[in-house]
Design a protein around this ligand. Structure first.
Ligand code: RM4
Ligand code: MN
Ligand code: MN
Length: 424
């Protein structure tokens, strides 16, 4: 399904007076308003192909209606999201959940909707049908060389798909680890992983990057071979300039200071980008900003400060992606909420009075430093996001517009009530 622009414009007309009042109110207090709106307009967040169907838990999956049944339909759903918010102009594929049978056709379809392909994700955490060797005891770290090679070859194949689609990065997340003390020799597991990654690294095209994700536990509960940012960073720095560390917000133990990790990775030029989501307990993959929006703001505060310090372009220097999966919400609404939450945090970070914060830090004025951050955090920046979206031809209120246009009802008519989505 495609949303024609005039339909969005019609609904915007109904909302625009109220929006103008709110926007004028906040705009009056903002210095550099146009630059902020331009930055917000340029900021896009990639949508993962696996988030467009209703997710499940290990106990079951309750499918929603009108879910995409093919890669083409997933791309079409990202097209819907992008038409509404003008901030989701790319899609990230997970191979083999989404094998592009005809890459040039897929690429053309995406281009028609103003979309391109973000990082491609490999998958060596599940055994696929007809797979020769099992990943039960790991993939790139496996004790058996032939199994490692199979996993390396898979990653190289994923790069090949990515090249055909115009992607520029391979994202690697490994489930490799152990469940019990004694199961694994940590050093050997690490060395094997490094060697395997070296082979993958040498297959990267000139202008490609490899992003290495870490995660402390699950599915393994005693050790994970790339379990934290230090281990990812170690591999990334041994590999070279094309390798860096990907931060998935849900992949930290409770209480971890993620913003500090982000700040240092950025300082070292080793921050690949993000998998945004939110969590209460672990890798919950909840809607971004639904549990701890202040943490998200603090992360963006470090990002903006760190990127500005290095003269990096906010929109394009690192990878921005959502990695979430839901079992109770309409996935499109959920993704619209996630993108909105990311943009809110970004806008708030842009509002932080940097010179004042620097001065407060210099004077050890702790109370003032907190005031400055919270002044920005407590500003209702939603009219800024709406204005940026409006100026780019998007909806003032993407979710309200999605509902008014009965998009899900149309999708159910088109695709049926019960569909089996691929992937998660
Ligand atoms: C993992 C990790 C990966 C994602 C899979 C589906 O926990 O976050 O990025 O590809 O889940
Ligand atoms: Mn992830
Ligand atoms: Mn995850």
């Amino acid at each position: 399904m495609r949303i024609e622009k005039y339909k969005i414009d019609d609904i915007n007309q109904q909302l625009v007076d109220r929006h103008q009042r709110n926007f004028t109110h906040i705009a009056a207090d903002i210095t550099g308003l146009d630059t902020i709106l331009e930055k917000l307009g340029a900021f896009n967040i990639a949508i993962p192909s696996w988030a467009l169907g209703t997710g499940g838990t290990r106990f079951g999956r309750f499918s929603g209606g009108g879910e995409p049944r093919s890669l083409e339909e997933k791309i079409s759903d990202v097209g819907v999201i992008h038409a509404l918010n003008r901030s989701s102009n790319s899609i990230s594929l997970h191979i083999p959940w989404d094998i592009p049978e005809n890459p040039s056709q897929i690429k053309a379809l995406a281009a028609q909707l103003g979309l391109h392909f973000d990082a491609v994700n490999s998958n060596t955490f599940q055994d696929q049908k007809d797979q020769k060797l099992s990943y039960k005891f790991g993939s790139l770290h496996h004790v058996d060389k032939a199994t490692r090679k199979q996993a390396v070859d898979h990653n190289i194949e994923v790069i090949k798909y990515g090249v055909q689609l115009g992607s520029r990065a391979l994202s690697v997340w490994l489930a490799d680890g152990s469940n019990f003390p004694g199961q694994l020799n940590f050093r050997k597991a690490f060395q094997n992983t490094l060697e395997s990654m070296e082979e993958i690294y040498s297959a990267l095209p000139e202008d490609w990057k490899v992003w290495i994700e870490y995660k402390p536990y699950e599915p393994n509960f005693y050790s994970t071979t790339i379990g934290d940012w230090g281990q990812s960073y170690l591999i990334a720095s041994k590999l070279g300039v094309k390798a860096s560390t990907l931060v998935d917000l849900g992949h930290h133990l409770q209480g971890t200071n993620i913003e500090q990790i982000v700040s240092l990775l950025l300082m070292e030029g080793k921050l690949a980008g993000f998998h945004f989501n939110d969590s209460k307990y672990g890798d919950d993959d909840l809607t971004v900003g639904s549990i701890n929006p202040y943490q998200l703001f603090l992360i963006f505060n470090e990002l903006v400060e760190g990127m500005d310090d290095k003269g990096m372009d906010h929109a394009t220097s690192i990878g921005w992606m959502i990695d979430a999966s839901h079992n109770v919400k309409d996935p499109i609404e959920d993704l619209l909420q996630s993108v909105q939450a990311i943009k809110v945090a970004y806008a708030q970070a842009l509002l932080v009075d940097k010179p004042a914060l620097l001065a407060a830090q210099k004077n050890n004025d702790v109370a003032l430093a907190q005031e400055i951050l919270q002044q920005a955090y407590r500003t209702d920046v939603r009219p800024l996001i709406a204005e940026a979206s409006y100026r780019s031809g998007g909806a003032l209120d993407p979710i309200a517009t999605y509902r008014k246009l009965n998009v899900r009802e149309h999708l159910v008519k088109e695709r049926g009530l019960k569909t089996i989505a691929t992937g998660l």
